[in-house]
Design a protein around this ligand. Structure first.
Ligand SMILES: NC(=O)c1ccc[n+]([C@@H]2O[C@H](COP(=O)([O-])OP(=O)(O)OC[C@H]3O[C@@H](n4cnc5c(N)ncnc54)[C@H](OP(=O)(O)O)[C@@H]3O)[C@@H](O)[C@H]2O)c1
Length: 267
């Protein structure tokens, strides 16, 4: 039976790849974003929805249930990024990061849970990031928002299990999408002591992302998760990233920080 799936951030990048892959497998997909654009496919419906607008989210979920009779799964994928040295980040920069990547994700889940609880089934799958496992230099608030979301999803997994709702996360590493060009850069102080290191780091990050996995590699992991009888709590696509994630969890934290320093904070 085809599933009814809401994918946030479905207009481009990873979300669009997820929408395409699920639709090709027979699912009916509601691809939500602020632009409302979506890949062209008879089973993909593009909808205009800002994950920071709780009323819009509730109305969107209601409309899906009205049309389809149920909501089988939500892929909480919409996200953005802002970068800058911690010392120079203003409160509004931090709020910008948490607004969509954490609060927007939590609001999305919050809009879907009552429907899924009443049905007695449902799946909540969040696209977090490998960055949730380590603080990426100059993207620390991105790492923090994704780590907070990971923790929240683990909590939902416990609280929603009695209602037949499964929860999990997919943690992509570098993936070639428009995320790189959409990332916001904070305005550095004129005499910022971070300028050169920050620039070098972000040049490396941008290069790594644009040379990274195709978005469909993440979509494949998401599709596999949704098809499992029991979803995994955490999936890290691609063997090399999976191995690194296992190492990060096993080794003393200072070694992971040392690696971050060597990779991204060169003088
Ligand atoms: N690319 C990577 O290397 C990478 C690595 C790890 C994790 N991720 C995560 O993967 C997810 C998808 O990223 P991506 O690489 O596909 O980035 P992307 O190409 O920039 O796509 C972001 C998507 O989110 C939507 N979006 C942004 N703000 C939104 C809002 N307030 N409400 C609704 N939709 C919103 C965008 O559509 P509109 O602009 O039309 O709203 C777009 O569809 C993000 O959560 C990101 O953090 C990406």
């Amino acid at each position: 039976m085809s599933r009814i799936v809401l994918v946030t951030g479905g207009s481009r990048g990873i979300g669009a790849a997820i929408a395409s892959r699920l639709a090709q497998a027979g699912d009916v997909v509601y691809a939500a974003s602020r632009s409302g654009q979506a890949p062209t496919h008879p089973r993909i419906h593009g909808i205009v929805l800002d994950v920071n607008d709780i009323d819009g989210l509730r109305a969107g979920v209601d409309a899906i249930v009205q049309a389809e009779g149920r909501l089988d799964a939500v892929v909480v994928n919409a996200g953005n990024g802002i970068c800058g040295p911690l010392e120079e980040m203003k409160e509004e920069d931090v709020r910008y990061q948490f607004e969509t990547c954490f609060f927007g994700a939590v609001k999305t889940i919050g809009a879907c849970v009552p429907v899924m609880r009443a049905q007695g089934f449902g799946r909540i799958l969040a696209v977090t990031s490998f960055a949730a496992l380590v603080p990426l230099p100059y993207q620390v608030m991105y790492s923090s928002a994704k780590a907070a979301l990971e923790m929240a999803v683990m909590g939902y997994a416990v609280e929603l299990k009695p209602f037949g709702i499964q929860c999990g996360c997919v943690l992509p590493g570098d993936t070639a999408t428009g995320f790189t060009s959409a990332r916001k850069y904070i305005d550095l102080a004129e005499d910022s002591p971070y300028r050169d290191r920050f620039q070098r780091c972000m040049d490396t990050v941008s290069r790594d992302e644009q040379g990274g996995m195709p978005a469909d590699r993440i979509a494949r992991a998401v599709a596999r998760q949704l098809s499992r009888r029991r979803m995994r709590l955490e999936v890290v696509p691609r063997a090399d990233y999976w191995l690194l994630s296992a190492l990060i969890k096993l080794l003393p934290r200072r070694l992971a920080l040392l690696a971050m320093e060597k990779l991204y904070n060169k003088s």
